[in-house]
Design a protein around this ligand. Structure first.
Ligand code: GLN
Length: 390
């Protein structure tokens, strides 16, 4: 067993004995699941998959569908039009609460049911089937395989979905949704009933981690700015009324669902997903929360702790026709410019005054605007001429 798989298995076995909570029962079909099922998967930058436990066990995506339908709404309408109908504030209330802004009726955020129904209503299509097809198609591209709806879970959700239907009527009364209630709400039930495994979810999470680029299929699924918006809302609102504590303890954007699944995103590093049906009082899976927290801690993934090597470029010095050429590659961030300065200062001491140094940044994959400003400031302070090739 490789070290990563061993790490995953070890973490999974530590949470296996946790027996608190119960599977969701308000959707009758969900109550019949095996409460002991337990799984964990990670998908890395080259699309490699590591997993432990029941990694091929299928369950419905439920609320973990919400970030991806948000992505679809953002692609179709842009951020401003979406934000006109749904907010970006943690509600601090349960997932099925009537968290609507006073006066406008705008739901607090797209990660709770009210906001998700408003987002689903923005998916184009004249029929439930057409809307569902668009949604499932996008999910499938995130997951790297063709996904499908579990018809019996859908039927069960629809038969018992009065609260969601009521939310949709309320939203329509405020003109937050324009689509007929049935179209919005049945498409929402179908999106929640899509079957996935932890591998699928980890790949979906990884696609968000790499800015909308699926590392397994190597397909660009959504643009980087869409992935960034989605991750921002997952970070602030993805775990319902546990979102603040989750950010404190784990420090990663995440989304849970009442089936017992959980996906979390370590930006530029990997996607992770866990599954265990027993839920806590917030509607989050007890063991999935515990195992992802352990993993994030062991791997040192909290986003808000210092990362020494963030955006440090590779630097090499060559001789060119007009003087030395400093070649940079990789990513250059504000902090990474210090490394470039050190090389430049050393070069400057050995060169006659008035010499010209060429900074060749053509191999830089990404230059942060802050790095560019820092470079210009440094150039002004050195007794050398500079040429920047970009
Ligand atoms: N389909 C579920 C519902 O609408 C999704 C909720 C959830 O996963 N938190 O109630």
């Amino acid at each position: 067993m490789d070290s990563i798989t061993a790490l995953l298995s070890g973490a999974l076995e530590e949470v296996r004995p946790l027996a608190e909570g119960a599977p969701a029962s308000y959707i009758p079909e969900l109550a019949g699941v095996d409460p002991e099922a337990l799984a964990l998967a990670v998908v890395g930058p080259r699309g490699r998959v590591w997993s432990a436990g029941d990694a091929d066990h299928e369950f419905t995506i439920q609320s973990m569908s919400k970030p991806f339908v948000l992505a679809l709404a953002l692609v179709e309408h842009g951020r401003e039009a979406v934000m006109a109908r749904v907010g970006a504030e943690p509600s601090g209330e349960p997932f099925n609460a009537i968290s609507l802004e006073a006066g406008t009726g705008r739901p607090a955020n797209p990660m709770i049911n009210a906001g998700a129904i408003a987002t689903t209503a923005l998916v184009p299509g004249g029929s439930i089937a057409e809307r569902t097809e668009r949604i499932v198609d996008l999910f499938s591209r995130f997951a790297g395989r063709e996904l499908r709806v579990d018809e019996s879970v859908y039927a069960s959700e629809s038969a018992t979905g009065d609260r969601n239907r009521a939310l949709a009527h309320l939203l329509r009364s405020y003109d937050v949704i324009e689509a007929p209630v049935d179209l919005a709400v049945e498409s929402y039930f179908r999106q929640c009933s899509v079957l996935v495994t932890v591998r699928d979810l980890a790949e979906m999470a990884a696609t968000l981690a790499f800015g909308g680029f699926n590392p397994t299929t190597r397909e660009r699924v959504v643009d980087e700015h869409i992935a960034r918006d989605v991750l921002s809302l997952m970070a602030s609102c993805g775990m319902y009324d546990f979102s603040g504590e989750w950010l404190l303890r784990v420090g990663l954007p995440a989304k849970s669902g009442v089936s017992g699944g959980l996906l979390a995103v370590a930006p530029s590093q990997f996607g992770v997903a866990a599954f265990s049906p027993r839920l806590d009082g917030h509607g989050n899976s007890v063991r999935a929360v515990a195992v992802v927290e352990k993993l994030a801690e062991r791997l040192g993934m909290h986003l808000l702790e210092p990362h020494e090597s963030v955006a440090v470029p590779a630097v090499s010095v060559h001789s060119g026709e007009t003087g030395p050429v400093v070649r940079l590659s990789g990513e250059l961030g504000f902090a990474g410019t210090e490394r470039v300065f050190a090389v430049l200062r050393e070069l400057a001491t050995g060169l006659p005054e008035g010499s010209t140094v060429t900074l060749d940044a053509r191999e830089i994959g990404r230059m942060h605007p802050a790095a560019l400003v820092a470079l210009q400031t440094e150039f002004e302070g050195l007794p050398l001429g500079f040429r920047l090739e970009q």
